[in-house]
Write a protein that binds this ligand. Structure first.
Ligand SMILES: Cc1cc2nc3c(=O)[nH]c(=O)nc-3n(C[C@H](O)[C@H](O)[C@H](O)COP(=O)(O)OP(=O)(O)OC[C@H]3O[C@@H](n4cnc5c(N)ncnc54)[C@H](O)[C@@H]3O)c2cc1C
Length: 414
């Protein structure tokens, strides 16, 4: 492409999902020129509907909290867990770390469109149905190739690229930054149902995570929305699907039928939406930044959905990167490794310790133990609310050691 054809912009953000919309708005609020290119038309479906309380700190920072509160999403106060007749719940209002004590369960099509519209209302230019297809980081400034819906192409040259492309993983793919995740390949089946749940004990203000009675590594989410509908999904290693129905709905329903508490809750549900599948979604990268770029949210690392941490990590990375980029563009020196990658990974590694503990059963033992102390539950609530960077919480400061000690006290025979 001839250089004269390149459009000149200050900051290019790839993707208008939560990480892209928050980063773009924060930079615009600091007076920078930002262009967001999004390959889909919004509203569009996305998975990731149960938010954590901490993510609202970033929604607020980006000036979008009033709009989100006014949108009528289902309020969420915590997380409930059920396994083989046991039930345990954690309430964000009782958490150890100060901060937001509630959040929302959102239809992501509506939520993501709302955030993007809020960013646009603050002056961010967003172009939909325009896809980044190439990148050249070898020149003095990043240059990206864009394909429009009609097949035509153009180029953008900018000072800095923020990659918020989520599962699109644009820069990791194009710059060969991908590296395998340490987690095994898991598959999720999910849909939305009209739930018709009539159990008065069911708390619509919490996500319900149900564990399969025989396979403790197989779990389900039920995320109620404010309109009588519910997101329902199962997560299991690929091998757990062997010998099950090929039809996705029949397969998901078979898993649910094997899990009595969940089967009872959903016995009147109306299955009116096709079941979707996502495979091998855990991903990692060699580095989170380089000259002229940084990776946000899922474009960087995605751990596992069990603690609903994805959107919170995405927004936290967006807030951190936007702050650093503002300083850099204002002429300050920024150490992206020490000020972005290392501190971001600290919270991600906290979540990682509890995700590993979930699948090896040790954290489940803690969650379902009937006698755990109120103080410890408050500290765990903080992590489940997303405050995984609060080093004053001993279960954040030393997650592996603390979890090991606690798990030994709470161990169930296996
Ligand atoms: C089974 C499952 C369940 C989950 N449940 C939860 C949950 O309950 N709570 C939670 O917080 N998280 C959850 N997550 C994680 C959540 O989906 C993600 O962490 C979150 O969506 C990441 O936001 P993002 O902004 O990084 O990316 P995305 O939301 O994926 O947005 C990226 C955007 O970039 C665009 N894009 C991609 N490629 C290009 C391109 N080449 N050019 C231009 N635009 C492009 C896409 O169209 C998209 O709109 C779950 C994940 C899985 C797999």
């Amino acid at each position: 492409m001839n250089p004269v054809e390149f459009e000149r912009r200050r900051i290019l953000v790839i993707g208008a999902g939560p990480s892209g919309a928050i980063a773009a708005a924060l930079l615009k609020r600091n007076g920078h020129d930002v262009l967001v290119l999004e390959r889909q038309r919004f509203p569009r479906f996305s998975i990731g509907e149960s938010l954590l309380a901490h993510c609202l700190d970033f929604v607020e920072e980006a000036g979008m909290l009033d709009a989100v509160r006014a949108a009528g999403f289902q309020v969420k106060h915590g997380a409930a867990f059920s396994w083989d007749g046991r039930y345990s719940e954690f309430d964000f209002r009782e958490k150890f770390t100060p901060g937001k004590d509630s959040t929302f369960q959102v239809q992501r099509a509506t939520f993501d469109a709302l955030l993007a519209d809020q960013a646009a209302a603050q002056g961010v230019e967003i172009r939909y149905e325009e896809e980044i297809v190439s990148v050249d980081m070898d020149g003095p400034k990043p240059r990206l190739g864009v394909r429009r819906l009609d097949g035509s192409h153009y180029g953008v040259e900018c000072d800095f690229v923020l990659d918020g492309s989520g599962y699109g993983r644009v820069l990791p793919r194009l710059l060969d930054l991908d590296t395998p995740s340490a987690f095994p390949v898991r598959r999720a089946l999910f849909t939305h149902v009209e739930d018709r749940i009539d159990d008065p004990a069911f708390d619509r203000e919490k996500i319900l995570v149900s564990v399969h009675p025989r396979f403790r590594d197989v779990w389900f989410w039920s995320i109620p929305f404010s309109d009588g509908r519910c997101s329902v999904g199962v997560v299991a290693e690929a091998g757990r699907y062997a010998g099950r129905p090929e039809d996705l709905q029949a397969c998901l329903q078979q898993f649910i039928e094997e899990t009595p508490h969940l089967a009872r809750l959903l016995r009147n549900a109306r299955w009116d939406t096709p079941v979707r599948v996502l495979d091998g979604y855990s991903a990692n990268v060699k580095r989170l930044h380089g000259p002229g770029f940084a990776l946000l949210g899922n474009a960087a690392e995605f751990l596992d959905p069990v603690f609903s941490s994805g959107v919170t990590i995405a927004m936290r990375s967006a807030s951190m990167a936007a702050g650093l980029l503002h300083r850099q563009l204002s002429g300050e020196a920024v150490d992206w490794e020490a000020e972005f990658a290392v501190p971001l990974k600290r919270g991600v590694d906290t979540f990682r310790a509890y995700v590993e503990g979930w699948y090896d059963g040790s954290f489940q033992d803690v969650i379902f133990h009937p006698g755990s102390s109120a103080e410890i539950r408050r500290m765990i609530s903080s992590i489940l609310a997303g405050y995984a960077w609060d080093a004053s919480n001993p279960y954040v400061a030393e997650p592996k050691r603390r979890l090991r000690v606690l798990a030994e006290l709470c161990a169930t025979p296996r």
